[in-house]
Design a protein around this ligand. Structure first.
Ligand SMILES: C[S@@+](CC[C@H](N)C(=O)[O-])C[C@H]1O[C@@H](n2cnc3c(N)ncnc32)[C@H](O)[C@@H]1O
Length: 319
C-alpha cells in the first residue's frame, strides 16, 4: 500500500470517528483496522483495482441507464453547447468512460457540423456492446480499452473536446490530465463531472460499519488513491495545474430516495455507484443481506430511504 493511500485511509478513519459516521465503538474500529491490516500484510486482503471495476461495470451495463435518469441533469452541464455548435470544420471529440453512450448521444445532437468524429472508450466490454447496438453511425467509433492506455497513444493536438462523466475517480490522475492536455487542440475543451469525496456518505457508513463488525469477511479494500475532490476549489486547483482555464464550474448534490432498501440496493449496484464494494467481501450474499439490514435501520427518512450524491462539474479550456 502506498503512503498516499495510507494517508487517505487515516484521514477517512478520523473523519468517521470524529463525525460519528460509524456507530461502532472506537475499540471495535481499532480492532477491525488492525485485523484488516494484518490480513493485508499476510496477503489475505487485496486492493480492489481496475480489474474489479471492470467486473462491476460489466455486470451493471444492462441496468446502467437508471444512473442517467437521476444524474443525467448534471452530466448534461459539462457540454458547452455554444462551443460544440461553433465548429465550422470537422471535429474530433472523445467520450472517456462512455458507459452506455449518454454523452456521445448528446454530442451527436449538439455538434454544429455534419462531418465530425466521435470516439467513445470504455473499460467495460458490456458497456461498449450496448453502445454499438444503439448507435450505428460511421462517424462514431466505440472502443473497449483502458482509457489511460488509450490516451497514452493518442496523437498530439487530436481532439477538439474531451468529455468524462463519473469516471475520473477510477483512473490515475497524473497520466489522465497530462495526456488529455497533450491530446487536446489549443483552446479545446475538457468537460468533467465527478463525485465529491463523501458522496453517498450514508451508504459508505453502512459499508464501513460492516467492515468494522466483520473484519474476517473482508477480502479487499478499495484503491482510493484515485481522486475524489473535496470541493470545487480542489478540482479547480488540480485542473489548472495541468494547463487549463476554468470556463464554468458548479457543485451540488442530487437526492437519491427510494421506497425500500431493496430498491436502493438494486440502484446502487445496478448503476455501479458502489462499484468494487461487493468485491471487498468474501461472500456476495453476506454483503447484500448486511447492507440491506443497515439501510433499513439507518437510512429511513420521511417515508423514504435516502442518500445524497454530491458532485462537482467543470468545463475547462486548454491554455
Ligand atoms: C459511472 S460510469 C459513467 C458512464 C458514462 N460516462 C455516463 O455518464 O453515463 C463510469 C464508467 O467508467 C468506465 N471506466 C472505469 N475505469 C475506466 C478506465 N480505466 N478506462 C475507461 N473506462 C473506465 C466504467 O466501465 C463505466 O462505464
Amino acid at each position: 500500500m502506498e503512503l498516499a493511500q495510507i494517508k487517505v485511509y487515516s484521514k477517512m478513519g478520523w473523519d468517521y470517528f470524529i463525525n460519528k459516521r460509524v456507530d461502532v465503538s472506537l475499540w471495535r474500529q481499532f480492532r477491525s483496522v488492525s485485523k484488516i491490516t494484518y490480513r493485508y500484510l499476510t496477503n489475505k486482503v487485496n486492493i480492489i483495482d481496475t480489474a474489479d471495476f471492470k467486473v462491476s461495470y460489466d455486470s451493471a451495463a444492462q441496468s446502467f441507464d437508471q444512473w442517467n435518469d437521476k444524474m443525467g441533469i448534471v452530466s448534461d452541464k459539462i457540454v458547452d453547447l455554444e462551443f460544440i455548435a461553433s465548429n465550422t470544420k470537422p471535429w474530433h471529440l472523445l467520450d472517456f468512460g462512455c458507459g452506455t453512450g449518454y454523452i456521445t448521444k448528446k454530442l451527436m445532437k449538439s455538434v454544429g457540423h455534419d462531418v465530425y468524429k466521435i470516439t467513445g472508450i470504455d473499460l467495460s466490454s458490456n458497456m461498449i456492446d450496448i453502445c454499438k447496438s444503439r448507435i450505428n453511425d460511421e462517424r462514431v467509433t466505440f472502443l473497449n480499452v483502458d482509457g489511460i492506455e488509450y490516451l497514452k497513444n493518442a496523437p498530439d493536438n487530436e481532439y477538439d473536446g474531451i468529455f468524462c462523466t463519473w469516471a475520473l475517480e477510477y483512473v490515475p490522475q497524473d497520466p489522465f490530465f497530462t495526456h488529455i492536455h497533450r491530446a487536446l487542440k489549443d483552446r479545446g475543451q475538457l468537460g468533467l463531472a465527478v463525485s465529491k469525496r463523501g458522496t453517498i456518505v450514508e451508504v459508505e457508513s453502512c459499508i464501513m460499519e460492516i467492515m468494522a463488525e466483520y473484519p474476517d469477511m473482508v477480502k479487499g479494500v478499495l484503491d482510493i488513491s484515485c481522486f475524489l475532490p473535496e470541493d470545487m476549489r480542489e478540482l479547480k486547483k488540480k485542473v489548472v495545474k495541468y494547463g487549463f482555464n476554468p470556463v464554468k464550474m458548479e457543485e451540488g448534490f442530487v437526492e437519491l430516495s427510494f421506497d425500500s432498501p431493496e430498491e436502493m440496493f438494486d440502484w446502487l449496484l445496478g448503476t455501479g455507484d458502489i462499484a468494487g464494494a461487493m468485491q471487498m467481501f468474501k461472500d456476495a450474499d453476506f454483503f447484500k443481506s448486511h447492507v440491506l439490514e443497515k439501510i433499513r435501520a439507518k437510512l429511513y427518512k420521511d417515508g423514504k430511504y435516502t442518500t445524497y450524491q454530491t458532485y462537482v462539474y467543470g468545463i475547462f479550456a486548454k491554455i
